[in-house]
Design a protein around this ligand. Structure first.
Ligand code: GDP
Length: 473
């Protein structure tokens, strides 16, 4: 691929790599830095992919209103454990199957589509876990159009009910309340309605806007009304997309299958995904080798709101990753690699930044208390721990010692950097600062103190702490 793009001979590129000490064959993948060296060696110019390049390939197309067609709504059922989410999903599936299929359906993937008696299609996501809902949303995939909030009529609004309400509200997704288990003698639907009021869910029966339906997953009572409520809500939402463009979808679940390799269940959101399509999905890419629908049947294409299992990925994506069909394999590969690099960089930065940010936040939280930040390096873990424990006992309501960082080994430049950023002295217990750290400390005015007796160390810190206290007063 690299040779091809440079219009050079493959054997020359391989030879060149071998000269660099890399024993590779022509189909092997090399990292970006090595590729860059090779490109320069051959006298070509390196053009790394940028965000703009990715955006130009995966562009948000301005749709022509004439191309838009209605798509089925995508529904997630949420609610407290044991309130009947699974039973309701099952009951809906059973009432909705066309006579020919009845009984024989076993669900294959984490989403399924049903057809109501009036021929309307509905897509249900079978991921009742609230965590799945949030994690998908946090990865930028908003797949749910309607949340069905299940509340058992013989129980009450419970912690996970409240959580579900908050998730739906935060996502701006309309809710339909299904008051379940109304067949039970102890059922008291009005109590549930009144309780929901406390969480600002005002249902229609209480003159509000949120549709509420009394159902029984057990007897099937109210299921038709529930489906009607969904259809009505979907109509209000005017869910229209262009089925004829390059497909875009969201990964609902993905796994590495021993026999089949990486497989992902994708919910198509725009366009139509076809066998043979080349795509990029999160940090992975692939070419649709085969697709299976929710009944485990092979399909050649999948349109909007259809969940399909996709085979032909180069790696396992994550739930919530967005799939985009692109024109060429080279584009797909380039974007996936670019994203992998970016993710790697981001992880590295995040690792460093979180600690610093946490430190800042802590300092903010503790504004009323004077703090003496300190960095500790010791010769062995045991000493480091003993020192940290002793130091944390120093102080009172008005002043306290905060150990920013403690570790084993010589004091290094990075210790000095951290100390400088927080205005902290560095304490060395039976260890010294290395030469670069000493220079850096001199330049930055960071104090380094050496000790070999814990008692002395703690005494000095106590004195410094009381000094800080008197300075504040
Ligand atoms: P989930 O944890 O929310 O998925 O709840 P399940 O669907 O597993 O249901 C929990 C229990 O409630 C099971 O024993 C169901 O049989 C029972 N159940 C669910 N719906 C109904 C209903 O409408 N009526 C009655 N009587 N029991 C129900």
């Amino acid at each position: 691929e690299l040779a091809n793009r440079m219009a050079e001979r493959v054997s020359d590129v391989v030879k060149s790599l071998m000269n660099m000490g890399m024993m590779v064959t022509q189909n092997q993948t090399i990292d970006a830095d090595t590729a860059e060296l090779i490109i320069e060696e051959f006298g070509h110019r390196v053009v790394r992919v940028s965000d703009a390049d990715v955006e130009s390939v995966i562009k948000e197309v301005e749709e022509n209103p004439d191309d838009l067609k209605s798509r089925p709504p995508v529904i997630t059922i949420m609610g407290h454990v044991d309130h009947g989410k699974t039973s309701l999903l099952d009951a809906i599936r059973d009432t909705s199957v066309t006579s020919g299929e009845a009984g024989g359906i076993t669900q294959h993937i984490g989403a399924y589509q049903v057809q109501t008696k009036d021929g309307a299609k509905l897509t249900f996501l079978d991921t009742p876990g609230h965590a799945a809902f949030t994690s998908m949303r946090s990865r930028g995939a908003q797949v749910t159009d309607i949340v069905i909030l299940v509340v058992a009529a013989d129980d009450s609004v419970m912690p996970q009910t409240i959580e579900a309400i908050n998730h739906a509200k935060a996502a701006g997704v309309p809710m339909i309340v299904a008051i379940n288990k109304v067949d039970k003698p102890a059922a008291d639907p009005d109590k549930v309605r009144a309780q929901l009021l406390q969480y600002e869910v005002l249902v229609e029966k209480m003159s509000g806007e949120v549709q509420d339906v009394e159902v029984s997953a057990k007897t099937g009572q109210g299921l038709d009304e529930l489906l009607e409520a969904i259809a009505l809500q979907a109509e209000i939402l005017e869910l229209k997309v262009n089925p004829d463009r390059a497909a875009q979808g969201a990964v609902i679940e993905a796994k590495l299958d021993v026999g089949r390799g990486p497989v992902a269940t994708v919910l198509i959101q725009h366009g139509t995904l076809r066998q043979g399509d080349i795509f990029v999905v999160g940090e992975q890419w692939g070419k649709v080798r085969a697709m299976e629908n929710d009944k485990g049947e092979r399909v050649k294409e999948a349109g909007p709101s259809v969940p399909v299992e996709v085979l032909g990925l180069n790696g396992t994506p994550e739930a919530g990753d967005v799939l985009n069909v692109v024109d060429t394999e080279a584009q797909a590969r380039e974007i996936a690699e670019y994203r992998q690099e970016k993710a790697k960089e981001k992880r590295a930065v995040a690792g460093a930044a979180t600690t610093l940010e946490q430190l800042m936040q802590k300092a903010k939280d503790d504004q009323n208390v004077a703090e003496l930040p300190i960095l500790v390096k010791a010769d062995v873990q045991g000493s480091a721990e003993a020192i940290v424990q002793a130091l944390e006992k120093v102080g009172n309501d008005e002043v306290r010692v905060r150990v920013l960082h403690s570790g084993v080994g010589a004091i290094t430049e990075s210790d000095i950097g951290l100390a400088e950023a927080s205005g902290a002295p560095v304490i060395g217990f039976n260890v010294r600062a290395n030469a670069p750290a000493r220079n850096s400390a001199n330049q930055k005015g960071v104090e380094i103190r050496y000790y070999s007796v814990i008692y002395d160390l703690v005494d000095d810190v106590k004195a410094a702490a009381s000094g800080l206290l008197s300075a504040e007063v």
